[in-house]
Structure formats: C-alpha cells, structure tokens
Design a protein around this ligand. Sequence first.
Ligand code: ATP
Ligand code: MG
Length: 462
Amino acid sequence: MFNKLSLKIGLLFFIFILIIEAFLFATLYFTLVNERVDEVMENLLARGETHSDVLEDSFEDMTLAHVGMMESASDFIVVITDEAGEVMVNSDALEPEMLVILRHTDFEDTSIDGEIIEEDWQDKRYIATDSPITIDGVHAGHVFMFAPTDNIERIIGHLKNQFLLVGIITVILTIITILLLSRLITLPLIRMKEATEQLSQGNNQVDLTTDRNDELGELANAITKLSTDLDRLKNARNEFLSSISHELRTPLTYIKGYADILDRPDTTEREREEYMGIIREEAAHLTLLVGNLFDLAKLDRNQFTIEQKNVSIAELLKSVAVLVKSAFDEEKIELSISCGDEVQAFIDSERIQQVLLNILDNARKHSSAGDRVTVECCQEVNGIAIRISDEGQGIPEEELPFVFDRLYRVEKSRSRERGGSGLGLAIAKEIVESHGGRIRIDSQFGKGTAVTIRLKRGGDHS
Ligand SMILES: Nc1ncnc2c1ncn2[C@@H]1O[C@H](COP(=O)(O)OP(=O)(O)OP(=O)(O)O)[C@@H](O)[C@H]1O
Ligand SMILES: [Mg+2]
C-alpha cells in the first residue's frame, strides 16, 4: 500500500511539519513556564510587601505573632528579622536552606522596595523575597517570604503533561493528514502509471478523463488523448497496410495470369506480344507504386532532403510545361500558363516540380478533349500561390475530404485503368507541408477542379 513516492512525500512533509511543530511548542512551553514562575514570584513578593506594610503601621509583638500565625496555615513561610538580622518570628521551622539565604542577605544595604532574593526554582528548595520594614525613614527589620519550589514544579509538571498529550495528539493528526494527502497526490499518479503500462501492452482504450484542472488533471487528460491518438494511428496503419496489399495484389495477379497464358503452346505471336505489353505495364505500375511508397516513408521519417533556394516560379512552370506538353497535346487538352517573372518562392524546385507534375497529371487524366487546364501564380501577403484549375469531371463533394489520403481514389476501377494508385496527392501534401506551405483542393462535380499551393516567398532568405 505504501509506494515509494507517497513514502518520500510523506516523510518529507512529516519531518518539516515536525520541526515546525517542535519549534512552536517549545516556544509556547517556555513562555508559559516563565509566565507561571514570574506570577508565583510576584505573588510571593506582593504577600511580603503586604506584611511589611502592616508591620510598618504597627511594629508590635502581637502584630508580629499574627503575621507568623497567618502564614503558618498557608503554603508559604514568613521569617521576620530585626534590623540586625536576628530572627523575631518565623511561621514554620527554619530549614538550613532558609538560614543560608538569611545569612547571605546584606541587612544594612537594602532598598526600601522589596526584592526577589532567590529565584532558582529548578535547583533550590525555596524561592525567597525580602521586603524591608521602614518606619519613619528608619530601617527596622525585614519580612522574608519563602515558597517551596515543589509547588512550582508541580505546576510545571502539570503543564508538561498537558503539552505531552497535545503533542502526541498533534503528531498523530499530522501523520493521518500526511497519509491522506500523500495518497491524494499519488493515487492519480499510480492510476496514470497503470494506464501507461496498459498502453505499452497494446491496450489503447484507457480513459483517465477527470474534472481536475490542476497539473495532475492536465497530465491525465493528456494521457487519455495520447491513447485515442495511438488508437487512431493503429487503425490508420492497419487500413493502410490492407490497402497496400490490395494495390500490390492486383498487378501481381495480372502479371502471374498473363505469364501463365504466355506459357501455353497455342499462344500466337501477336497475343504473346500483347500479353508481354500488359506484363510490362503492370510491372511499371508496380515500380511506380513502390517508388511512391518509398517517398512517403522517407517523408514520414523526415529523411526527405529539401534544399530550399530562391526559385522563379515562371521558370519552374515553363520547365514543367515542357515535360507535360506532349501528353496534353495527345489528348487535345489545352494548357495555358500565366505567371509574372517577379514571383519567386523559397523552395526545392525539384520537389515542387514533382508536386506540379502530379497535379497536372491529375488535371489531364480527369479532363476530356477540348478542355482547358490553367496554371496561374500570384504574390500574396505572406507568400506566393500557384493555382492549377481544370474544366474536367470534378470530384463529388463527399469525396473531397479524402483525396489527400494515401491510396485514396475516387473512382477505384476507372483510375486504375489510368494508372493511378492514389498516392500522388498524399505525396504532394507532404512535400508542400515540409516546405512550410499549404495545399488545398476545391472542386465542383461536373465542372472542374482547382488545386491551390501556397509557399514561402523567395528573396528574403538568400
Ligand atoms: N483534377 C482532378 N479532377 C478530378 N478528380 C481528381 C483530380 N485530381 C485528383 N482527383 C481524384 O483524387 C484521387 C487522388 O489523386 P492522386 O493524385 O492522389 O491519385 P491518383 O492520381 O489516382 O494516383 P497517382 O497520382 O498516385 O498516380 C484521384 O484518384 C482522383 O479520383
Ligand atoms: Mg495523381
């Protein structure tokens, strides 16, 4: 039940609180003891002063006897001496300790006000006060008051017991509070530890959602979010793997099937050539697919080197146009490019060329003869934009959010005929984003599609 962290926190708290409590208790104890002792001493002195006042009014045998008699019934002891120190009255028997005090008193040189002459209540058996009797300015004697110190010790002993009791109760309460507190702090931590252990064992369904809005609450919610993210990632990976195997299986089935037919003795030379062509095409398709997958894997691991330079977009578009011209001409699709020479971007021209080729390839594949594909570029507040729009078949609205997903194709069977594997836009998105740019696609089904790429402006970085 006692895990390490709560033990550490608990011990630390306990030691700190114990030190503070001990300090406070000690201060309180000594203040109280001193106050009690002072009170006893003041009382004794006041009592002596009262006697000396009475005797100053009437310094007679009867009064002396009265005073002695009064104190014989009390806890105190009174000793009255004459001006030379000779004992005249004593309420109780004189003990050696009292005599020592009497002997050491300077009877000649005593102030008119009384004073405490023995205050060592810890070592001596009596504390004592001396109140001189002065009649008409003449020093006539002394009233010595003695109080046994066991009285004080009893009071202090009582106080000590009370302190001990309160101290023990405080320590017990402290321990209970600390135990509860450290459990309160460490319990959510223990739950989180268990949850992360489950996560590492592959159970991604952990729910630590809590209403706490302190750091522990934030941590718990972060772990819950991590688990849902992990779950999503795992599902995405599984989906991706099954799509890849599907993508690979189809061309492989073709290749194997046609290779088998080739083996048959009754295959004519013409058929043989046709089938060889299909096999070659499928192999090329496979090579492209695997190459694209490699690119994506590299992009995922950030191993895709991007060498950014200031590049003139007009130049880049021109070189891209040269590459795609023949394919566009063949399908009688018009390609028009308009871009000012001043537009410069800070990019890796080879990678962005790859992106543009793919988007133009898409535009061509989904347009019909007579359609036009337009490429424009412009400066924007924070960068530059390249827009490729076509008048082709467009993408249904419900498919639009998915076209950047890996291996996603709108019309699965038809685009396969066109050689697409559904990786082009996914790669384009990764490349643009690794440039710190953004890509978006707008489309109206039946009317056309426009892809906009936004990139960092050139010129400031050289
Ligand atoms: N200009 C466009 N017009 C209509 N549909 C498009 C257009 N561009 C993309 N698409 C749709 O989006 C899907 C995904 O495009 P993407 O470029 O990622 O894959 P692909 O062209 O099928 O294959 P790849 O580019 O890997 O050869 C395409 O299959 C297509 O259905
Ligand atoms: Mg494509």
